[in-house]
Design a protein around this ligand. Structure first.
Ligand SMILES: [Zn+2]
Length: 381
């Protein structure tokens, strides 16, 4: 069966302006595992847009060969509102101008609403229980409020993703190596995905907090038990993962092609697509807990000069950057060295070198939990 493509109109933000989402569908619901993939939920992060453009023809060919074993839903861009946020030649794309904040925070938790649809109990058969919960989650997503543009957009995306086995939310960081974020319950799965992508850093959270899109899809599987008898025995049936496809400037043909091939092999490995992906590559580094990620912050404004590159291994106490104060009367005396707070891989830097107090200018993935990192507040805005 060939690809089905639908254009979903969104509420018009202003007279004379229309917006829509494009949704490509492969396979058929209920025939096998479902994967949901979208690009650029943060609309200023474009590597994934190119990656998905590479992936679509691969999926088209697989579909023509009859190799889609389950269902695949692909959105080549997730956030047309953000894509249109061009100001002075720069697309901001991360926060909605309507005041609702970061596009990837505060996604609704559907577990209670889904539990209420199930009348307080679940079928004893595990497969049937998962199927029943998926249907309830779909119903709950369909009933999300759609009074505002932002609400409507969230309801549509969650409606497309909430019943998936795999939700791949493709992002990028400022300047970065490949890295991923997922829940600790999905350690085994992210080790496979990270190895496939060649991702040197893969971060696990117990409770990230913040309501990111991946969490909104994955978390109901372990929180629905708070509202439903037998719910605590459900498997974590949705692998929700945020994949950071390097830095914002890394929109490159060779990266996009390699990443699309890695995602394709991952889908083969999960039996969403037929075919032999070959042996799982070796993961280059052990996964890290998110509370072991050191955030190097600046205490005041200035210009940052980096001494280390993304992907470098650094040692605790090592100088990774220096903050310069152009307003200082004594410019040399005002220099402030910034240190690594842990041994690990410096996987992210700040592309804007003009910083203000509190900015996080580097992330270092270590192996030991850091006392200042708190479960439930592990994501920056
Ligand atoms: Zn992002």
């Amino acid at each position: 069966m060939s690809r089905q493509t639908e254009e979903i109109p969104l509420m018009s933000p202003a007279p004379g302006t229309s917006r829509s989402l494009i949704v490509h569908r492969y396979g058929a619901p209920g025939t096998g595992p479902k994967a949901y993939i979208h690009a650029a939920l943060h609309a200023d992060e474009w590597p994934s847009v190119l990656t998905v453009q590479k992936l679509i023809p691969m999926l088209d060919e697989a579909s023509e060969r009859g190799e889609i074993l389950g269902e695949i839903v692909v959105l080549p861009y997730a956030n047309p509102t953000g894509l249109a946020q061009r100001m002075g030649g720069h697309v901001t794309g991360r926060y909605d101008y309507d005041g609702s904040g970061n596009f990837n925070r505060n996604w609704p938790d559907l577990s209670q609403a889904a539990a209420e649809k199930l009348g307080g109990s679940l079928p004893e058969d595990k497969t049937e229980a998962v199927r029943t919960v998926r249907a309830a989650l779909r119903e709950a997503a369909a009933e999300l409020p759609r009074r505002t543009r932002n609400q409507e957009w969230r309801a549509i995306l969650l409606g497309l993703s909430i019943d998936a086995d795999f939700v791949l939310d493709l992002h990028c960081d400022s300047e970065a190596t490949l890295h991923t974020y997922t829940n600790v319950r999905h350690k085994d799965m992210v080790e496979v995905l990270g190895a496939e992508l060649g991702s040197p850093v893969n971060l696990l959270e117990v409770e990230a907090g913040g309501g990111a899109f991946d969490e909104a899809n994955a978390k109901p599987w372990w929180t629905i038990g708070d509202y439903l008898e037998g719910g605590a025995d459900l498997p974590a049936a949705c692998f929700g993962v945020t994949v950071e496809l390097r830095g914002q400037a890394d929109v490159l043909e060779e990266y996009a092609a390699a990443d699309a091939e890695a995602l394709y092999r991952f889908l083969q490995r999960q039996k969403v697509i037929a075919g032999d992906p070959g042996p799982v590559p070796t993961l280059s580094n052990p996964v890290s807990m998110l509370d072991a990620v050191d955030l190097v912050r600046v205490p005041r404004s200035g210009i940052v000069g980096y001494h280390r590159d993304v992907g470098d291994r650094v040692a605790k106490g090592e100088i990774v950057a220096t903050l310069y104060d152009p307003a200082a009367v004594d410019p040399v005396g005002a220099r402030l060295d910034l240190f690594a707070g842990t041994d690990g891989i410096m996987f992210s830097r700040f592309s804007d070198k003009l910083v203000e107090p509190g900015d996080n200018i580097a992330k270092i993935a270590g192996t030991e939990s850091l006392s200042y990192r708190q479960a439930g507040a592990l994501l920056e805005d």
